[in-house]
Design a protein around this ligand. Sequence first.
Ligand code: NAI
Ligand code: NA
Length: 399
Amino acid sequence: MIIQPRTRGFICLTAHPDGALQAVKNQIEYVKSKGEIKNGPKKVLVIGASTGFGLSSRITAAFGSDAATIGVFFEKPASEGKMGTAGWYNSAAFEKEAHAAGLYAKSINGDAFSDEVKKETIELIKKDLGQVDLVVYSLASPRRTHPKTGVAHASVLKPIGQPYTNKTVDFHTGVVSDVTIAPVENDVDIPNTIAVMGGEDWKFWIEELKAAGVLAEGVKTVAYSYIGPELTFPIYRNGTIGQAKNDLEATVTVLNDLLKDLNGVSYVSVNKALVTQSSSAIPVVPLYISLLYKVMKAKGTHEGTIEQMQRLFADRLYTENGEVALDEAGRIRVDDWEMADDVQAEVAKLWNEITTENLSEISDIEGYRKEFFNLFGFEIDGIDYEKDANENVQVTSIE
Ligand code: NAI
Ligand code: NA
């Protein structure tokens, strides 16, 4: 079958297995080019392992320090002429390359919020690895069915207090316009968003892994957060999602207590704004990212998810002297290059100037658009999209 991109809003409905394989290979090559991560993790569980930061974390662990990895994700498999999702093809590609390199890699496809998937994961760790020494928590989801109450929580992206108006871009058409987002007007949006994207599920995972005895002495766990510039504060950090990120960050204290007797430690890493399936759904943010990419590429400080995660592992989590640099709030910062004063000053200046007319000149909208399609295996250099795609791909998954 010849597979072409088919989009609806900020979603791409199709995905290309050969493009996904090449994109994964490119990430692997990058990690290898940076050399071995000394004292790196050896047995790793990645929750949210199929796309974005989670996939890049898994690739970094495997190809940066020869780690055995178990990946948990929620994807649609390819089956009998029906296309799989991008994360499915990414995971098949990762496993193919990992196995070829002699590395253990298995995956669990299911709802990570559920008790069942936690139980299956624990069984798999017990059977194959015994224990894990790193747990990466990289879920991004619009909903969560709570495993104890059965309540289905839906997260929202809304400001709190007053409406928020700012510029936004439709990256398919290149039209810049003003968007106004109404604030939360009920008592449920904030707690629901915290229930989905806050720290409770991370805590449940670590509690259950610990109780089962599958966390190694000295175990580390890391989850990902975002802060960003003032211009996105109303929709991001001071909005509903920001309340969930506050909750996630506060969970570090709880987990450090829980892990104390194992000499374990938990971290939140604040990462850079990047094109992923999740971030493309947030209003205003894609326009900010287009300007950020333009400025950071000109300065030579631009990074994608793999550069971010390689730097997180090599320069933060697994340093040679064992020290982990934290900010005043106790967080790891790999958004440091995004938040540099000169970068932010230039982005703020361009933000005031940006219009539909000058979009392609003063922003990297073309880079944004290309990276968006890259997430689904399209527009990857070296792939012939006029040829039949190889859909016969495998994931060693347990469902
Ligand atoms: P993503 O959408 O690329 O990845 C989400 C992952 O979660 C996928 O592997 C998906 O299969 C998995 N997932 C979703 N629901 C699931 C479920 N019910 N059960 C099992 N797996 C499920 O997202 P991205 O952007 O990599 O986000 C990961 C984390 O990084 C999030 O906490 C996000 O807030 C954070 N982050 C993202 C930034 C960005 O600009 N994209 C910046 C800084 C932090
Ligand atoms: Na992820």
